[in-house]
Design a binder for this molecule. Structure first.
Ligand SMILES: [Zn+2]
Length: 241
């Protein structure tokens, strides 16, 4: 089997048989990869905790017919411990990894921008650089933007005027002025628009210190609407705050 080496972040894991695991990785050069880690569930696995979610590893994989196989993994970023030590960070990281997993449909298709974005967000969470909800929501908006679903926030999606924006429609793709208010659009205050915009740009100084439930719900709806499927970890984030 041909071998390749890469660096990857573990998005999720699933049990396989008695002792193995299937690891879903987002790699720097090969995009999303699913690979079997033989014996990973044994107590004395040679992989230890390196193939747990949120870990960054340098891996050597063998290309298989349906699934690849991990033959070596060396940890290059042990983000799992600091992230799982804080429940809010754990939920944000789970939402980030689930969004990425669902966003990237095709395996072995390079997605370097997604890799950089996820790596930066995990480091920010592990180092407590910002509040977990800020990092999580900003990540979801920016990952969706990378995939082509950028919310339009600075002008009305119908008439293009930049002032007097009063509501936001997920279905129509962004902000609406008072005269173009559409069915299903959510009324937003100026402060809520500022928070949404700041999150979508990763402009931490303008995010505001408090999580706004309405903005959070819009971020969740935005991702679910365009991904056309539910994001379970974002739901959890709602119950928590
Ligand atoms: Zn308008």
């Amino acid at each position: 089997m041909p071998l390749y080496s890469d660096e990857g972040i573990v998005l999720r894991t699933a049990k396989l048989g008695e002792t193995d695991r299937i690891i879903t990785l987002l790699t720097r050069n090969h995009g999303k990869v699913r690979a079997v880690a033989s014996g990973a569930r044994r107590v004395k696995s040679r992989f230890g905790a390196r193939l747990e979610p949120f870990m960054r590893d340098s891996v050597l994989c063998a290309t298989g017919r349906s699934l690849d196989h991990v033959s070596q993994a060396v940890c290059t970023g042990a983000y799992a411990r600091p992230i799982t030590a804080d429940y809010g960070s754990y939920l944000a990281a789970s939402a980030m990894c689930e969004t990425t997993d669902k966003l990237l449909d095709t395996e072995h298709e390079p997605a370097p921008a997604h890799y950089q974005l996820l790596l930066g967000a995990l480091i920010a969470l592990a180092q407590r650089r910002h509040q977990p909800w800020q990092i999580g929501e900003s990540y979801v908006l920016r990952a969706m933007t990378l995939a082509g679903w950028r919310p339009r926030l600075s002008s009305c999606v119908v008439c293009g005027r930049a002032d007097g924006l009063t509501s936001f429609s997920v279905r129509l793709g962004g902000a609406l002025c008072r005269s173009d208010r559409a069915a299903g659009a959510v009324e937003l205050t100026e402060a809520q628009f500022v928070q949404l915009q700041a999150l979508s740009l990763g402009d931490w100084d303008r995010c505001g210190g408090r999580r706004d439930a309405c903005v959070a719900a819009l971020v969740e709806e935005w991702a679910q609407y365009y991904l056309e499927r539910p994001l379970w970890s974002l739901r959890l984030l709602d119950y928590e705050t």
